[in-house]
Design a protein around this ligand. Sequence first.
Ligand SMILES: [Zn+2]
Length: 110
Amino acid sequence: MARLRALPPLASSLPPLVPVAPKQTDAELGTAAHRTWARQVKERAGYRCQDPEHDRATPRSGPGVALYADHVEERQDAPHRALDPLNGMCRCASCHVRKTHRARAARHGA
Ligand SMILES: [Zn+2]
């Protein structure tokens, strides 16, 4: 019987598309005030992804759909609106990732 051989991962040899700073814990995201803001954003959205670019082939809500309260104007750009429920959009995981990558690329000029 032939032996299976594991190949080394390809991803580690590829350069990152966008410079990424080391992940740091953001203390503000763990505060009660932030959790309240996130709940308000999701409640206002009816616990549905509000992203206008959401993939219509996937559900916006329901079991298995992870939802995130996302800042429309990012906290570092508008710290005074960090806890403004009107500055939040409820997004599913894929929409949140897409928006975050775009924002990061724009910030770093990629
Ligand atoms: Zn979505």
